[in-house]
Design a protein around this ligand. Structure first.
Ligand code: AMP
Length: 282
């Protein structure tokens, strides 16, 4: 295991490994790691000689200062967890200054409209922040492969678009959502839930599963209305949005078209903690 805090030291190490013909898999994270992150790390380890995990709470992708400040951070615990699955893992844990050198701002990206929908609509500038950090990490690490979770499905689509548009020499892989026993999608933010919220968190996934069943016979509008109604009745969770969209373009599914894949997306507040989840509908 090795931890690097600077671009230069990491680059030098990776250059040596690349010159020896080793393939490099990158897993970008914001730390506070859980089994969801580890599933990406395991996939990277299965497909590459070298696994790099970046741990960086990227300020430019937060539209909410409080969310940024409260974001859990524990490099020591993260390091332990990572070495338990990949003993010779390479960790890149830079400070903000190392990445943004004096100018903590995002570049502006065109993701073919993906950036204005759902998360982009409710978190202004979020995907410019994501594009900025992921592009910078790709430049620093120059990985052969990079791994992202379907938990952030819209982000995965945005990154595929980033790679295509900028012709970046990296293969992007999507990995399935890991869930807690009750179905709640694993998330670093789950640590901030109360015991009761976390216990009841399965409600979100159960609602998505029923939405999936209903989508077989009902229209997207009917399913959306049904979900909205379920959350109105729930004392712990407040629905921010529920969207049924084309799985590739993320355009709202007003009418179902044969041979298209659809997904349901949801953002929910439990107190001041914002949770997202999604499910394939067909
Ligand atoms: P984050 O640290 O939240 O930025 O997440 C880092 C990566 O882990 C992203 O690609 C996420 O989509 C992925 N990830 C987070 N939670 C999960 C999960 N429950 N299952 C699978 N992947 C996840």
């Amino acid at each position: 295991m090795a931890v690097f805090h600077t671009k230069e030291s990491l680059r030098a190490e990776l250059l040596q490994l690349r010159n020896k013909g080793r393939t490099i898999g990158l897993v970008p994270t914001m730390g506070a790691l859980h089994k969801g992150h580890l599933s990406l790390v395991k996939e990277a380890a299965a497909q590459n000689n070298v696994v790099v995990v970046s741990i960086f709470v990227n300020p430019t992708q937060f539209d909410n200062k409080e969310d940024l400040n409260k974001y859990p951070r524990d490099l020591e615990a993260d390091t332990k967890l990572l070495t338990s699955v990949v003993p010779d893992i390479i960790i890149f844990a830079p400070e903000v200054e190392e990445i943004y050198t004096g100018d903590v701002s995002s570049a502006s990206f065109d993701f073919d409209g993906l950036e204005f929908r759902m998360e982009g609509r409710y978190r202004k500038g979020h995907f410019d922040g994501v594009g900025t950090i992921v592009k910078r990490l790709f430049e620093i690490v120059a990985p052969h492969n990079a791994y992202f979770g379907e938990k952030d499905y819209q982000q995965l689509q945005v990154i595929k678009t980033l790679v295509k548009k900028h012709q970046l020499p990296v293969q992007v892989h999507g990995c399935p959502i890991e869930r807690e026993e009750n179905g709640l999608a694993m998330s670093s933010r789950n640590e901030r839930l109360t015991k009761e919220q976390r216990k009841e968190g399965g409600f979100i996934y159960r609602t998505l599963q029923t939405a999936k069943e209903k989508f077989g016979t009902e229209s997207a509008t009917e399913v959306r209305e049904w979900v909205t109604e379920q959350f109105k009745r729930h004392p712990l969770f407040e629905l921010e949005y529920m969207e049924i969209a084309d799985a590739d373009t993320l355009q709202t599914a007003d009418v179902k078209t044969n041979n298209r894949k659809y997904r349901a997306f949801i953002a929910v507040y439990a107190g001041d903690v914002r949770l997202i989840d999604n499910i394939a509908l067909n």
